[in-house]
Ligand binder design. Structure first.
Ligand SMILES: [Zn+2]
Ligand SMILES: [Zn+2]
Length: 419
């Protein structure tokens, strides 16, 4: 409790300091607000505010652990029932969460501990405790963040904007608002009157397109013809173009060993791989020449092509958190607020600054000059960089004098207590 009171006091000082500079979301009066308090983790929602001043007063007086506002606009955002709010539309939101991304770093920095026998391990928690006398299914999980997973999340945002939203949907990158969530990922908001009207079903179709789920190659024109296999070249738009450019990219790998290694990732027999390597110049030629649209390749029937092109497509889609985009009553972290599970700030980032944005430094608001004394209360705390210093790893029971910037992070992650 003492640790919570301490963190809360620092959060409060931050909100007092931000009294005149907390960012406002657009249409503030039409948004629903929600908060999670430190004491019981039960969300307080269905709140509306008459102005930014009332909102900052609320923050200073209540100091929530987490703060959200709705992606939707309502006539009466403070009405206690959804039906009475009078829905007006919803921004188009994408969420990229390092938690859902396939990264190898999780094996290094995510931990579990059996709640009954205290056995622990790295990576995802098992279904049953591996201790044969225990077999419990209840684990304490510690998920961490590192530069690798947040870099991957940032790459997915770039992919989303540069390979889908801009070329295929005509959404200008300067109208995309990117936010660092303060913890595990990035959000992208598009505020546009036309898009606000999209139904949940229509948003689902956008999601299917962006992730590449349920792609039908025959719809794009892949079929058997009397002259071989009809296909698409790089002059088609959208998915056919993306798939062809990917194939061209792979076949352009000069070094044969490297090329063979890449082809090993796809469902091809040894013979088929040999054919692709032997004929690659001609295949690339087919892809880059507008007038050619036919393949005759030994051992490549329609099924082989289909399997190959579909598995190429798998790596092209953007890895977004699907339910966030489909849900039209979603609550999103508020810019300028603090994330109670990290102590980092939710930061709005202009597209041109996204490349250089550093999630382990730019959102850090607590001092590196003030110190606090902590004790580690979990088996292991992974290495963590905050600003320019990398801390840890730390072991259970270690007592440390740390500056506030890393210290508050460890308290918020619930892996340490005040000593
Ligand atoms: Zn156990
Ligand atoms: Zn990581």
């Amino acid at each position: 409790m003492e640790s919570i009171r301490f963190v809360k006091r620092l959060f409060q000082a931050y909100y007092k300091d931000q009294q005149k500079s907390l960012p406002s979301v657009s249409n503030l009066l039409k948004r629903e607000f929600a908060f999670i308090p430190w004491e019981n983790n039960i969300m307080i929602r269905h709140l509306g505010f008459k102005s930014l001043d009332f909102l900052t007063d609320y923050l200073i007086n209540n100091v929530p652990k987490h703060m959200y506002s709705s992606a939707s606009l309502y006539e009466l955002p403070g009405a206690s029932k959804m039906d009475n709010k009078n829905y007006l539309g919803c921004d188009l939101i994408f969420d990229i969460d390092a938690d859902h991304l396939d990264t190898t770093c999780k094996e290094k920095h995510d931990f579990w501990e059996c709640k009954s026998c205290k056995q622990s391990g790295t990576g995802l928690s098992p279904k049953f405790c591996p201790n044969s006398d225990c077999k419990s299914t209840k684990f304490k999980k510690i998920t961490w963040i590192c530069e690798e997973c947040l870099e991957k999340a940032k790459k997915e945002i770039f992919k989303l904007i540069n390979e889908f939203l801009e070329p295929d949907f005509g959404i200008n990158k300067d109208s995309c608002f990117v936010f660092f969530s303060g913890h595990r990922g990035y959000h992208l908001h598009i505020e546009n009157e036309k898009l606000r009207k999209l139904s949940s079903h229509e948003r689902r179709e956008i999601v299917d397109y962006i992730t590449g789920n349920n792609i039908s190659l025959s719809v794009f024109g892949l079929r058997k013809s009397d002259r071989g296999i009809s296909y698409f070249n790089q002059y088609k738009l959208g998915w056919p173009r993306k798939i062809m450019l990917k194939l061209k990219n792979i076949l352009s790998i000069e070094n044969e060993v490297e090329l063979r290694n890449r082809l090993n990732l796809y469902p091809l027999s040894k013979k088929q791989k040999n054919t692709l390597i032997k004929e690659r110049k001609d295949i690339i030629d087919n892809i880059v020449k507008k007038q050619r649209d036919n393949w005759i390749l030994l051992g490549f029937g329609i099924i082989t092509w289909e399997n190959l092109l579909l598995s190429l497509a798998k790596n092209i889609g953007a890895d977004i958190d699907i339910p966030v985009t489909i849900d039209i009553h979603r609550l999103i972290r508020y810019p300028g607020s603090l994330h109670g599970s990290s102590g980092f700030k939710v930061v709005g980032i202009e597209y041109k600054n996204l490349e250089s944005f550093d999630p382990f430094s730019d959102p850090v608001i607590f001092s590196k000059k003030n110190f606090l004394k902590l004790e580690i209360i979990v088996p292991e705390v992974p290495k963590t960089r905050v600003r320019e210093i990398t801390w840890g790893p730390f072991k259970m029971g270690e007592v440390l004098d740390l500056p506030h910037d890393i210290g508050i992070f460890l308290l918020c992650k619930n892996v340490a207590t005040l000593k």
